[in-house]
Design a protein around this ligand. Structure first.
Ligand code: ZN
Length: 275
């Protein structure tokens, strides 16, 4: 679920609320999400460290701690982070709690335990699955059009699938790929090789703009609640049958490979080819 706009705003909230604070204790409620590489005794090893920085990198969230360890989170579809007073009741889906000084908790939530929380040192980054396969970050890295084209070149398939791989630009998933393709008027089923230069240019532009605008909305609406998931403002994703905001026609929605694709047939022309 979390994609670049969500992770950007979550990291801003965490930067405001937990950077500079010391971890005084930790509790693992459910160990299945944890991958301990820096130390097997996570609660003891992490206690006494200070949170130095929080930032997103593609679909991962990095939490840098003093003394050269990191907590790196791949939330997948269901992971989230909550900052709240330590006195607040735990959600059932809380998997890990870090108690900080000043009576605050940083909690990792994950109702289906699909996400992963890695505790690592920097030399162990290559052991984290998918981390190194990621392309430049859609928000943080300023990729030029020429670079974007070069990153696209090895791929021949449908454009939505290519965007979601995260190897061209990272941080774009199922929801925001639909929004980006709607924004630039390109059918999600177009093959990369069929896209002309001006279309690729529009796509390149939309990737950044859509993610940036979504982050602006989320920043405003999430406030300090980093575990709130807000998607109701999206224009086409998961809006099956609702009017297209551009032409008033109906949004079409298909399910393939267990994920939905939403688009407008008239604003995003292109044949849907059955394989
Ligand atoms: Zn339309």
């Amino acid at each position: 679920m979390p994609e670049a706009p969500d992770l950007q705003v979550v990291s801003e909230i965490l930067t405001r609320r937990v950077v500079g604070r010391e971890i005084t204790s930790a509790v693992v409620h459910k160990a299945t999400v944890l991958r301990l590489m820096a130390s097997q005794d996570f609660p003891t090893d992490v206690s006494g460290r200070t949170v130095e920085a929080v930032f997103p990198k593609g679909k991962f969230l990095f939490i840098t701690l003093s003394g050269d360890t990191r907590i790196i989170i791949n939330p997948m579809l269901t992971g989230g982070l909550q900052v709240c007073p330590s006195s607040e009741k735990l959600f059932r889906r809380t998997r890990v709690t870090l108690t900080l000084d000043a009576g605050l908790d940083l909690r990792y939530l994950d109702d289906r335990e699909m996400g992963r929380v890695y505790y690592v040192r920097e030399d162990q980054f290559p052991e984290i699955p998918q981390l190194d396969d990621q392309g430049p970050d859609v928000l943080a890295d300023d990729v030029t059009f020429e670079e974007f084209k070069a990153l696209m070149r090895p791929y021949y398939g449908e454009i939505k699938g290519i965007l979601c791989r995260g190897t061209v630009l990272s941080g774009i998933g199922n929801a925001y790929s639909d929004e980006i393709l709607f924004d630039c008027g390109i059918s999600p089923f177009r093959k990369r090789r069929s896209l002309k230069d001006d279309e690729l240019q529009r796509l390149h532009h939309s990737c950044r703009r859509v993610v940036q605008e979504a982050a602006d909305v989320l920043r405003e609406r999430m406030g300090d609640e980093s575990h709130h998931k807000i998607r109701d403002f999206l224009k086409v994703h998961n809006k099956s049958g609702q009017p297209c905001p551009a032409c008033g026609g109906h949004i079409t929605q298909l399910t393939a490979n267990q994920r939905i694709t939403s688009y407008c047939r008239s604003c995003q022309p292109g044949m849907l080819l059955k394989n």
